[in-house]
Ligand binder design. Structure first.
Ligand SMILES: CC(C)(COP(=O)(O)OP(=O)(O)OC[C@H]1O[C@@H](n2cnc3c(N)ncnc32)[C@H](O)[C@@H]1OP(=O)(O)O)[C@@H](O)C(=O)NCCC(=O)NCCS
Length: 197
């Protein structure tokens, strides 16, 4: 995999956006598990989770599969690194697991930033890093976002994503339903926004 590259995003504080490393495993699991704690506290996190927190063994399986997919050129990952530790990541990966299918040009995007680092431009820098890495590999990027996840939606729209449609009752949490918006970006005609956009 290529060397890490310095972030060109707006975030300060010693942030670099780099490629995935095998030793990101623990930090990435920690960030993911923290989402379950946020949900348990009743924080309005706009990302769908499992009913129960997956086991560490499940998470190691997920990470190993992601790492393999990066090596097979079926996924790109941008990692936000502060002082040598991963504090967020953005993945764009093939929709199906079968390499070479007719949807091979479509990438599904997912992003998470550790709570303590949100709101400082890390998400934006990660999105830019992931989209740059995805150019030439994927042509269409898809994602779904809770309709009430205003921060994430703002970020995606700022970078050129458009809403394709609403998925009603997409997630059910504690008996409450949440709509999601499916968004898409045509990477064939995309260029990074200028600083003042
Ligand atoms: C969504 C997430 C990835 C964004 O990362 P981040 O580092 O917090 O985002 P940034 O600081 O780069 O930028 C967010 C943008 O949204 C804006 N924003 C912040 N709060 C907002 C709100 N409540 N409503 C609208 N916009 C908001 C910021 O001002 C910024 O826009 P700007 O560059 O025009 O000022 C991060 O908050 C996160 O991990 N959330 C939990 C998991 C999640 O929701 N993942 C997305 C699932 S689809």
């Amino acid at each position: 995999m290529p060397e890490s590259v310095p972030s060109t995003g707006t975030a300060g504080g010693g942030l670099t956006v780099r490629d995935l490393r095998w030793d990101d495993l623990d930090a990435m699991i920690e960030t993911y598990y923290a989402l379950y704690d946020e949900r348990a506290r009743g924080d309005p996190i706009g990302i769908h989770l499992f009913a129960e927190r997956p086991s560490r063994s499940d998470e190691v399986g997920w990470f190993t599969s992601l790492y393999r997919r990066v090596l097979a050129n079926d996924a790109v990952v941008a990692v936000a690194d502060v002082a040598g530790r991963a504090v967020g990541h953005c993945t764009i990966a093939t929709v199906g697991l079968e390499h070479g299918s007719e949807t091979d040009h479509v990438g599904l995007l997912g992003i998470v930033v550790a709570q303590a680092h949100r709101g400082h431009g890390v998400g934006r820098a990660l999105m830019l890093g992931a989209l740059e890495r995805a150019r030439g590999r994927f042509e269409i990027v898809l994602l779904d976002v809770f309709a009430n996840n205003h921060r994430a939606r703002h970020l995606y729209e700022q970078l050129g994503f458009q809403i394709r449609g609403r998925l009603p009752f997409h997630a059910k949490r504690g008996g409450q339903y949440y709509d999601a918006d499916e968004m898409w970006l045509d990477l064939r005609h995309w260029s990074p926004p200028t600083a003042n956009r």
